[in-house]
Design a protein around this ligand. Sequence first.
Ligand SMILES: Cc1ncc(C[n+]2csc(CCOP(=O)(O)OP(=O)(O)O)c2C)c(N)n1
Ligand SMILES: [Mg+2]
Length: 321
Amino acid sequence: MEKNEYLELFHQMILIRLVEEQASVLYQQGKIGGFLHLYIGQEAVSTGIVSVRQPEDRVITAYRDHGVSINCGIPIKVVLAELLGKVTGASEGRGGSMHMADVKQNFWGGHAIVGAHLPLAAGMALGDRYKGRDAVTICMFGDGATNIGYFHEALNLSKVWNLSVLWVCENNLYGMGTAVDRASAVSEIRQKAEGYMIPNSRVDGMDIMKVREAAQKAIEQVRANKTPYFLEIETYRFRGHSMGDPERYRSSEEVKCWQNEEDPIGMYHKYLVDNKIASPDELDGLGKNAEIEVEAAVQFAESSPEPAAEDLFKYIYMQPE
Ligand SMILES: Cc1ncc(C[n+]2csc(CCOP(=O)(O)OP(=O)(O)O)c2C)c(N)n1
Ligand SMILES: [Mg+2]
């Protein structure tokens, strides 16, 4: 990788962290309605994966979708405007936190129903097969989604039809307030892929270089062999499941331990400095610029208009061409 590519990954992770912190403030000010699931702690996962996709490769995810939206190329001001329900938002203010999308960036959303986007991913890959496209569909979901019927139906069919899907499970140890071991028969989630004869592996999701390497290999394998692959990524969310989570299911010591010792941004900062790719001053400068960028994006979002009342019924059905 060239130096600017290393720094771009750092920039994206910092932007996600700062946007999420701002979102948390805007939520507490009552400016964001509905649910808000922050991606803080998991930045290395989507940043690493999306950095190695080709433009033709589709990305689809669950409701913890702000980070992946930024990685896929939705400008931060557009993400923030969507959170505030503004007409300048990614879904013109109609989707909110859980329904970011931009098909021009080959990003297919943001889905609120746990597990429900997995069959959609299989369907998109089937469509690509029909059309003779050489694309990989990258489908991200949480550990909790792997206990849902849709997961098993989608994995099964992806193998039966040998669809070009990269299944990516972000195992952050909890589905809402339920620890993996209390809800899943196996705690090593990748084992679930074995039952469908889908090649699989597990990787440390706090180390962006490891995520990138694993994702690159997996995507190449899917593209070359035209068969699915399952990547389990071990990660951790630093904030509650959504805003207002009392977090009775985990100890503050556990959370602090991950925040102090496994912070994906801190780890990548150390990697860049230790390998003499960038100096601490240079990285500080990037952080300061990102703060200015986020401040401007918040201003844009706050000053954008609400969707017009007469457009309320727009997009309920597809408009005839
Ligand atoms: C079908 C369905 N059941 C229940 C819910 C409520 N719910 C929202 S998030 C969630 C937990 C999902 O956990 P996981 O897949 O591990 O994702 P994470 O929040 O950890 O990113 C649940 C049960 C839902 N949205 N959809
Ligand atoms: Mg989870």
